[in-house]
Design a protein around this ligand. Structure first.
Ligand code: 5GP
Ligand code: MG
Length: 176
C-alpha cells in the first residue's frame, strides 16, 4: 500500500480546516452532523480543534450495493439531535461523486436548521456529479481508492493512522 497522506500531513490539513471553520463561525454555537462511519476519525480530530460550543450529531448514509440500482442511498437519522434553528456543519470523509453529501445536506435542510454547510477531509478530483460543492475541504486527491483515517475497504483499514492508496491488485488479493 502506498501512503498518500502521512499522519502529520493529515493533522496539518485538519488543523487548517478547523481554522477556516472558526473564521466562518467565530464563537457561535455549531452543530456538527457527522456522516457515519467514514468520518469517525476526522470527527474526533476536528472537534478537538474547535473552540466554539459544539454539539455532535450522527447520521448514517450508505449506498446500496448489488441488489438495487447503484447510487441509491440509504439514510438513517435516528441518532440525530434536534437541529431546528441551529447552524449545522455536515462532516464527511470523502467527496467523490458528491451524491452522498448532497443527499445528507438535503436531508438536514428539511429539519429546519438556521444554516447548513459541509466539510470533507478529501475531495476526489474530476468525479463530481452534483451541483453542490463542499464549503470546507482539507485535501484534494487524485482518482484512486483510498483507505485509512476512517475510510474502509470492506469495513477494514479504518484504523490506519495514515491515508493509503489501495491498488486494484490488492483489492483483488484481499479477501478477508
Ligand atoms: P459519493 O457519494 O461522493 O460518490 O461517495 C462518497 C462515499 O463513497 C464516501 O462517503 C465513501 O464511503 C465512499 N468512497 C468514495 N471514494 C472512496 C475511496 O476512495 N475510498 C473509500 N474507502 N471510500 C470511498
Ligand atoms: Mg461514507
Amino acid at each position: 500500500m502506498k501512503t498518500l497522506l502521512s499522519e502529520s500531513q493529515l493533522r496539518g490539513g485538519v488543523d487548517e480546516m478547523a481554522q477556516a471553520i472558526t473564521r466562518r463561525y467565530g464563537g457561535n454555537p455549531l452543530t456538527i452532523v457527522a456522516v457515519m462511519t467514514g468520518s469517525l476519525v476526522l470527527l474526533a480530530d476536528l472537534i478537538r480543534q474547535l473552540n466554539m460550543p459544539v454539539r455532535v450529531s450522527l447520521i448514517q448514509a450508505s449506498s446500496y450495493r448489488g441488489h438495487t440500482e447503484p447510487g441509491q442511498l440509504w439514510i438513517r437519522d435516528d441518532m440525530m439531535l434536534d437541529v431546528t434553528g441551529r447552524d449545522v456543519l455536515v462532516v464527511d470523509d470523502i467527496f467523490d461523486t458528491g451524491k452522498t453529501l448532497q443527499r445528507v445536506v438535503e436531508c438536514v435542510g428539511e429539519m429546519d436548521p438556521n444554516s447548513v454547510s459541509s466539510a470533507v477531509l478529501l475531495h476526489k478530483e474530476g468525479r463530481q456529479q452534483v451541483a453542490l460543492t463542499p464549503d470546507f475541504v482539507a485535501f484534494r486527491i487524485p482518482d484512486e481508492f483510498v483507505v485509512g483515517y476512517g475510510l474502509d475497504y470492506q469495513d477494514l483499514y479504518r484504523n490506519l493512522p495514515y491515508l493509503a492508496v489501495l491498488e486494484p491488485s490488492e483489492i483483488e488479493a484481499e479477501t478477508v
